[in-house]
Design a protein around this ligand. Sequence first.
Ligand code: RP5
Length: 177
Amino acid sequence: MADAESGVAVAVLMGSDSDFDVMKEAAEVLGEFGVRCDVRVLSAHRSPSALRTFVEESARTGTRVFIAGAGGAAHLAGTVAAHTALPVLGVPLPGSMLNGLDALLATVQMPAGIPVATFAIGTAGARNAALFAVALLALSDPALAERLGAYRVRQAEKVASADRRVCDAVAARRAET
Ligand code: RP5
C-alpha cells in the first residue's frame, strides 16, 4: 500500500503541536489498517518553506495522500494542495474562539482548480480522513480493501448489539410498568 521507495503512503500533517491530540486519531486509524504514515508539524504560516519542501519531497518518494489538520485561519490543507496534485484531505480543528467554524470555512472554501476534500471538525474528521485515505489506497490494494470491508462489518455488528441492548432495556422497563 506504499511505494517501495519510501514505504510511507500517507502523510498526517498538523499546523501546531497543539493539534496533536486530535490528529493522532488519524494516525491511529491508519495504524489499525497497517498503513504507515509520516506524522509532522508543519505550518502554512509559520514554516512555509519547510512545508513546501516536505510536500514536494514526500510526493517524490511515494506518499500518495496528505491529511492536513489545522485550526483558526486554517490554510494548511490548501497550501499543501497548492504544492501537489495528490489528494489532500483537510481536517478543520476546534480550539479557536470560533470552535472550529473558522477552520471549517477556511478549509472548505477552496478556489476552483485546487481541491481539498474537507472533513468534519475535530476527532470525527481526523478519523474519517484516515478512513478515506484507506479507501483511496484500497482502490489499488485488494488486501486493504478487504480489511476496510471487514471494518465496516464489525462496525455494523456493534450497532446491532447496541440495538439489542436498548431494545432489551426498553422491554424490561415496559414489563415493570
Ligand atoms: C493553527 O493555529 C494551528 O493548526 C493551530 O490549530 C492553531 C493554534 O496554534 P498554536 O498557537 O496553538 O500553536 O495554525
